[in-house]
Write a protein of this length. Structure first.
Length: 380
């Protein structure tokens, strides 16, 4: 039966990671629990909500854990309640001992607490996935790719396929991420140093956000494994499983205009344009259609919002580069703000076709393959 002692902080750090996958609103009661498995090598905590599963391993060899294992086994404990108990223990370390009938005794200093658990056999098994031929990628790079695209995914369950990030590996080396809610699109492409097998999957946006929380060390390298229904992200201590969104992602390449389609080419200071859009959004939220109008004529660029109830905004915007025809276009300023937030370059290039066709934003840099698209709003 389970019997070990451990540093409380090290244990809570592991528990914090797996709790990201645990929800109180689950169909299977066992999934509101954390699975604790102990052997001579160390301690493994597992959490799952059916969509995401996280396993975190804390080895005996980890000096910060101060772990001593005297008995092996596995048990399930109510995750939220157990976390609260351990967080409030009086000493730096605690002892965890299984006593009888799935009950555990937790001892810390003069405090003794008995908790009722469940047999670990009640826990759903995580579907196995082949761990051959992994894609290896830097955590910080994958986080950046997700951050640059996931915000554009849909939040509407009416089209589930659009609630994820479309992740592809092309030519065994080009990693492409795309997200769209049909009103805007964000696409990022990076060339990886190492070759891997091509794939085409859609990762739920909730899982993308979970990934960014689970893997905190941006310098770390992780392995990515794929099957028809799930993906596994793994490093030395943590395995993060997520189910994939079923279905075929729409063909988005055709949405991106050709260079010859554009009639107006502008370049702005990224931060300055974002501040302008922030000011416009304050009033646009009070209008019926929530838009800002951009009037581009006679070498001037004017952003304007008119709200009969609140007031108006009329601001002239300085462009670093101005080339092309006059244009009037209206759009949701929040879409522009979201797009500018993830552009790391100091300058942004925005190109237009017409007042009723989507326009594109790209960093003003030849070295970054990153394009965003925003659909205008028709106004009277």
């Amino acid at each position: 039966m389970i019997n070990f002692s451990i540093n409380r902080t090290a244990f809570l750090n592991s528990l914090k990671i797996v709790k990201l996958a645990i929800s109180s609103k689950v169909v299977i009661p066992a999934l509101s629990k954390v699975k604790i498995s102990v052997d001579n090598e160390g301690l493994t905590l597992t959490g799952s909500n059916g969509q995401i599963s996280i396993e975190h391993f804390l080895p005996v060899a980890d000096e910060n854990a101060g772990m001593v294992v005297n008995g092996s086994g596995a048990i399930l404990l109510e995750a939220a309640f157990f976390d609260s108990i351990v967080s409030n223990l009086p000493e730096v370390t605690f002892d965890f001992k299984e006593i009888e009938q799935n009950q555990v005794l937790i001892t810390s200093g003069k405090s003794e607490i008995t908790l009722k658990g469940l047999d670990a056999e009640n826990y759903p098994r995580i579907q196995e996935i082949s761990t051959e031929n992994p894609l290896k990628i830097n955590v910080g790079l994958l986080k950046s790719i997700f951050s640059e695209t996931s915000f554009a995914a849909s939040t509407q369950e009416s089209r589930p396929i659009l609630t994820g990030v479309h992740l592809l590996l092309l030519e065994n080396q080009k990693l492409k991420a795309v997200a769209t809610d049909s009103h805007r699109l964000s696409q990022r492409v990076v060339t990886l140093e190492k070759l891997s097998e091509n794939f085409d999957v859609v990762i739920p946006n909730k899982s993308v956000n979970g990934f960014k929380s689970v893997f905190s060390d941006d310098t770390d390298e992780i392995e990515v494994f794929l099957s028809d229904s799930q993906v596994l992200f793994r490093n030395d201590t943590t395995s993060f499983y997520t189910r994939l969104v079923e279905g075929n992602y729409p063909e988005t390449n055709r949405l991106i205009p050709n260079d010859s389609d554009y009639t107006l080419d502008l370049t702005f200071d990224t931060a300055s344009l974002r501040h302008t859009m922030d000011r416009a959004r304050l009033l646009s939220s009070a209008t019926q259609n929530g838009t800002v109008k951009l009037t581009i004529e006679n070498d001037k660029i004017i952003a304007s919002v008119n709200s009969p109830e609140v007031g108006s905004v009329h601001e002239e915007i300085d462009a670093i580069k101005y080339e092309g025809e006059d244009l009037v276009i209206s759009f949701n300023p929040q879409f522009m703000i979201d797009a500018l937030k993830v552009i790391q370059e100091p300058e942004v290039r925005i190109r237009f076709i017409s007042g009723v066709r989507p326009f594109t934003l790209v960093p003003n840099s030849e070295s970054v393959d990153f394009i965003q698209l925003i659909t205008p709003v028709r106004t009277n």
